[in-house]
Ligand binder design. Structure first.
Ligand code: HEC
Ligand code: HEC
Ligand code: HEC
Ligand code: HEC
Ligand code: HEC
Ligand code: HEC
Ligand code: HEC
Ligand code: HEC
Ligand code: HEC
Ligand code: HEC
Length: 303
């Protein structure tokens, strides 16, 4: 029933060459979906019935309530109606002959105003590397959601392989999204992270690491990424290296007399430590477990 009304309206609008506004108004009066006016009365559906139907059920059509139509994204249609081809309209297809920048411009006309998230688009790595809005966003579909991480992994294979390593942030499990940590549209910060610095980002979810501590561990204050890698690691707790190697990058404990005796006292607990001074397994953090900082009386992070 509704289908017939829609068809009649379309025909009516075409025959009388009515403007977009009037056709929309009639559609609303008739109780039909307001998206009748999405084509502005042009016979797009004659050749693109699936695309028109898909657009009519899309999130934009719902938001716009018939206020805008196909030309908002695909540009003027007169030439296309006389000579239909991909060249006579703005096509988002790979062989459509448009640059990423031209395609994004179609969206930014509106979205640079509507979304604060897009304010830094020009600064972002995606814009600079010719990634267009439509590389991530599909328009002719009901919901706006970007399927993360699947969409991102199509280009970021190294991140996918990290996210599958033994220790990883639960990205594939769906507990954290790429966009919890990154603004893919661009930021002023490095690597398009969603915060001024790596530490400010980490504190959002790991507030217990923020301190302030009486005894601070300088690398922790400087940058969590000195010891941790964000997506995934072969080493436990997302560490960039095995614990002992990691600590020994900065601490030369060989020949540190005090330390040697401290370690030797606990030799029965750490036999590897006393024989080789290279502590194995959890190594240094078996004793220095307050590694992120401590407000206890021990400066050495042993409690
Ligand atoms: C008489 C048939 C006809 C009509 C009417 C028509 N088109 Fe097309 N359209 C075509 C053809 C043919 C192509 C080229 C398809 C190809 O090369 O695969 C095309 C291509 C397109 C494309 C690019 C598709 C792609 O794959 O990227 C868009 C967008 C488009 N048309 C939009 C419209 C809109 C909007 C209207 C209404 C104003 C419209 N068309 C009316 C025949 C038509
Ligand atoms: C908000 C922007 C926007 C509007 C409005 C829009 N489109 Fe599209 N269209 C796109 C994008 C982007 C694509 C690429 C595929 C996708 O994202 O779904 C596309 C793809 C197409 C295609 C080729 C793919 C296919 O499904 O055949 C056609 C044809 C098309 N649109 C026609 C239309 C018509 C007709 C209208 C009006 C009823 C319309 N579009 C409204 C953005 C838009
Ligand atoms: C004529 C203006 C206009 C154009 C052109 C336009 N949009 Fe929109 N879009 C809107 C408005 C208004 C909303 C609803 C308000 C909002 O969420 O920003 C919206 C919503 C969205 C949303 C959903 C936001 C949410 O709520 O999750 C996405 C994603 C989006 N647009 C992407 C695009 C892309 C990609 C293009 C280009 C292919 C585009 N838009 C073209 C006006 C426009
Ligand atoms: C690299 C992938 C990617 C690119 C490129 C991209 N976006 Fe997004 N966009 C996302 C993701 C992820 C979200 C988060 C929302 C979600 O979960 O769907 C989002 C959200 C949005 C929203 C809703 C934000 C809000 O304020 O609520 C809009 C609008 C939007 N994008 C428009 C655009 C426009 C316009 C462009 C091109 C100038 C663009 N996007 C380019 C991935 C991308
Ligand atoms: C828990 C937060 C977090 C999540 C979730 C996250 N990232 Fe990252 N990502 C970061 C941080 C922090 C950096 C910068 C690391 C540095 O400074 O060394 C980064 C760096 C990057 C880089 C540049 C360096 C590199 O490793 O190639 C890319 C690309 C990237 N992330 C993509 C993604 C994608 C795609 C996803 C989702 C699949 C994702 N990230 C999820 C925090 C995160
Ligand atoms: C069409 C391919 C493509 C898609 C899809 C894509 N990216 Fe990218 N991304 C790139 C390219 C190309 C670069 C720039 C080169 C690089 O740093 O790898 C980049 C850069 C980045 C960077 C900055 C890296 C740095 O070191 O500054 C981050 C973060 C990022 N992408 C996250 C994402 C997220 C999150 C998604 C999914 C929402 C996504 N990307 C989807 C192609 C893509
Ligand atoms: C959006 C929230 C979020 C942000 C931001 C975030 N994380 Fe996480 N992190 C998580 C979640 C969720 C887990 C898994 C916790 C669990 O399973 O109990 C986790 C786990 C971890 C783990 C333990 C992994 C393991 O194998 O046991 C480390 C280490 C970690 N995060 C470090 C960081 C660092 C460093 C940053 C900043 C680059 C960061 N996180 C940013 C949510 C976040
Ligand atoms: C000097 C190296 C180093 C730096 C810098 C560092 N960490 Fe860690 N982190 C570790 C080690 C070692 C472990 C493993 C501790 C354990 O298993 O007892 C760990 C474990 C974690 C864990 C998981 C276990 C827990 O305690 O919750 C989280 C979350 C974490 N770090 C977050 C952070 C954040 C956030 C920062 C930056 C503020 C940071 N780390 C900086 C070495 C470091
Ligand atoms: C990037 C370099 C770096 C890494 C990696 C690092 N530290 Fe440190 N650490 C420092 C600096 C700098 C100080 C401060 C030295 C000072 O105050 O004399 C410090 C201080 C300490 C102290 C307190 C020293 C004292 O005088 O009481 C302990 C204990 C310690 N680190 C243990 C560790 C352990 C265990 C690891 C491995 C999980 C580790 N550190 C990794 C740089 C590092
Ligand atoms: C068996 C427990 C134990 C293990 C294992 C251990 N430490 Fe210690 N470490 C201590 C104690 C106790 C002190 C404090 C000594 C003091 O206060 O006089 C200390 C002090 C330190 C200090 C500050 C004093 C100094 O000698 O420079 C550093 C740095 C340090 N340890 C690094 C490490 C590193 C790196 C590892 C792993 C290779 C490690 N420790 C393994 C117990 C341990």
């Amino acid at each position: 029933m509704q289908h017939t009304i829609l068809r009649r309206l379309r025909t009516y609008a075409r025959k009388t060459a009515m403007g977009l506004g009037a056709a929309g108004a009639i559609a609303v009066l008739a109780g039909a979906t307001p998206a009748t006016s999405a084509t502005g009365g042009a016979p797009c559906a004659d050749c693109h019935d699936k695309a028109v139907a898909a657009f009519e059920s899309s999130f934009h059509a719902k938001i716009w309530q018939g206020a805008n139509g196909c030309p908002s994204c695909h540009g003027t249609t007169d030439q296309h109606l006389n000579d239909p081809s991909k060249k006579t309209i703005i096509s988002f297809s790979k062989d459509g002959g448009r640059t990423a920048e031209e395609l994004s411009k179609q969206c930014l006309e509106c979205h640079q105003k509507t979304s604060a998230q897009l304010a830094m688009w020009d600064m972002g790595a995606h814009k600079k590397n010719d990634v267009a809005c439509v590389s991530c966003h599909k328009i002719h579909q009901p919901r706006p959601a970007v399927n993360q991480p699947t969409v991102c992994f199509t280009c970021h294979r190294d991140v996918r392989s990290d996210a599958n390593k033994m220790s990883h942030h639960p990205i594939i499990e769906g507990k954290v999204k790429c966009s919890d940590c990154h603004n893919p549209h661009g930021t002023l910060s490095k690597h398009m992270i969603n915060a001024e610095s790596v530490n400010q980002l980490c504190y959002k979810c790991h507030a217990d690491k923020r301190g302030p501590w009486i005894w601070e561990h300088p690398p922790v204050e400087e940058n969590c990424a000195i010891c941790h890698t964000p997506h995934g690691s072969r080493h436990e707790t997302l560490l960039v290296d095995k614990v002992v190697n990691l600590c020994e990058d900065c601490h030369d404990i060989e020949g540190a007399g005090t330390h040697e005796s401290a370690v030797n006292t606990a030799a029965n607990m750490f036999s590897a430590a006393s024989s080789s001074k290279r502590v194995s397994a959890r190594g240094c953090i078996e004793c220095h477990h307050a590694i992120h900082g401590s407000s206890n009386f021990k400066r050495s992070f042993t409690r």
